[in-house]
Ligand binder design. Structure first.
Ligand code: NDP
Length: 448
């Protein structure tokens, strides 16, 4: 008989926590998991999944806009936000159910309540009950960070945007990162007036500048109003119930909703980590070693709460590696090199490896191959939008250092292109590959 109630207690049933719980259980561990909101976490409930479904909704709106070029006459078309919203949220409910079933089928005990740490091996539940575990895994994720300005309580975050009662006629978005660019594009395509307020003129800081400039140009052409080098000073509600967004330097912007998308903070407040001597960094993220172990030997952490790479597939890998290490007799770490990522704006952009700017400062001499083309699909569209693909290679070895692209379906293409970087391929391998015609991906083997 173990001296503990469980071998593993996981706090947080998001992507990293559920994977860790399921794999640990399949290695024979007795596992419990606590979740204070909904099983599935940010990605499934209020992030990647419902966002991508809204992106599909906005792509449909875009296509419908030039249906006549495909020979269709559509009379009396109108858009009903609650229908799309409820359809998306219905699928979120379905996925939440599937996640719950996965836990059940692996005999992971679910506590649908908040859990905090009371000691190195003790968890306190909101009900007051205390349970013990040989190991505790903290996988509570991150939470939107709202700058403090008068009226910030009138603004929403990505948590609330999936549940809006009405489609905003005018949406102001603060920030120039992933969430800002994705929701600006979604609501622009759905017919809202969208303004973006960003504190600098650098959007999507981690992406290649030329690709981001192309995105900015296209977004402006599509009617998104950018207020760069600008910040929200206050938001006021008028007697008519609309919001006035004051940026200091110009006339206030009228809005029905203001979305704050200025980054996410590890959700460590009030978690009781001090009761077990778990150290945090200066951003409040849990410090872990390469095996996801915290400064308390019985406590581990994975995913956004550690603020390494805030991406779902990374959290999943960390959760899996934790389970294999601690319960599978297979100590392993996660390799963070060459992680592909994408912004699901319209059109989407994607990247892997070093940007041109990073490669030049790291390697000095690099070669850049590119293709600037009009995707065939865009011929149907009134927008004369062009795609741009770039490959950055080391000048001496021709080894690929980075691939960056903007254009329809670029995330789908990028997933495969990332394999080339991971495998250490050179540009020659792409040149040797026969093009698949007609496709957009073929531009990757025709780069000049
Ligand atoms: P990001 O880190 O992507 O962007 C934050 C933006 O807000 C930046 O433009 C930043 O400016 C600005 N900002 C930060 N602090 C302030 C402030 N105090 N006042 C004004 N502006 C500020 O964060 P997001 O919230 O968009 O997304 C959070 C994370 O979620 C992402 O980093 C990503 O890891 C993940 N995510 C991934 C997605 C995907 O994979 N497609 C989609 C959505 C989210 P500056 O650049 O000057 O710092």
């Amino acid at each position: 008989m173990s001296e503990f109630d469980y071998d593993l207690f996981v706090i947080g049933a998001g992507s990293g926590g559920v994977r860790a719980a399921r794999i640990s259980a399949s290695h024979g561990a007795k596992v419990a998991i606590a979740e204070e909101h909904r099983v599935g976490g940010t990605c499934v409930i209020r992030g990647c999944v419902p966002k991508k479904m809204l992106v599909y909704g906005s792509m449909f709106a875009e296509e419908l806009g030039h249906a006549d070029n495909y020979g269709w006459t559509i009379e009396g078309k109108s858009f009903d936000w609650p229908t799309l919203r409820d359809f998306v949220n219905g699928d979120v409910d379905r996925l939440e159910g599937l996640y719950g079933k996965t836990l059940e089928s692996h005999e992971v005990e679910l506590y649908a309540e908040r859990a905090t740490i009371a000691g190195p091996n003790t968890v306190k539940l909101a009900s007051g009950k205390e349970v013990t575990a040989k190991h505790i895994l903290v996988a509570v994720g991150a939470w939107p960070l709202k700058p403090d300005f008068p009226g910030s309580d009138l603004c929403i975050t990505s948590n609330e945007i999936f549940h809006l009662e009405k489609q905003p006629e005018c949406l102001v978005v603060q920030g120039g990162g992933y969430i800002a660019m994705e929701f600006a594009a979604i609501f622009n395509a759905l017919g809202s007036e969208v303004a973006v307020v960003n504190r600098s003129d650098r959007l999507l800081r981690s992406y290649d500048i030329q690709i981001v400039e192309r995105m900015l140009h296209i977004a402006m052409e599509r009617g998104i109003d950018f207020h760069l080098n600008s910040t929200i000073e206050k938001v006021e509600k008028t007697d008519e119930g609309c919001l006035m967004v004051h940026t200091g330097s110009e006339n206030p912007i009228r809005a029905d909703q203001v979305l704050i998308a200025t980054g996410r903070k590890p959700k460590t407040d009030g978690l009781g980590l001090e009761n077990a001597g778990v150290e945090l960094d200066d951003k409040g993220a849990i410090k872990v070693d390469e095996y996801n172990r915290t400064s308390c030997p019985s406590i581990y952490a994975v995913g956004d709460v550690t603020d390494r790479v805030q991406l779902t597939p990374v959290a999943i890998r960390e959760g899996h590696a934790f389970a294999d290490t601690v319960f599978g007799d297979n100590p392993r770490t996660v390799n963070y090199d060459h992680i592909p990522s994408a912004v699901f704006s319209q059109p989407p952009l994607a990247g892997v490896g070093l940007t041109e700017q990073e490669a030049r400062s790291t390697y000095g001499n690099v070669k850049v191959y590119s293709s600037d083309f009009r995707p065939m699909k865009n011929i149907f569209s009134p927008h004369a939008e062009r795609g741009l693909y770039k490959m950055i290679v080391d000048e001496t070895s021709e080894k690929i250092l980075g691939i960056h692209m903007i254009g329809p379906e670029s995330p789908e293409i990028m997933q495969v292109a990332a394999v080339a970087l991971k495998a250490g391929l050179t540009k020659q391998a792409f040149d040797d590959t026969v093009a698949l015609h007609p496709s957009m991906a073929e531009e990757l083997v025709l780069l000049k």
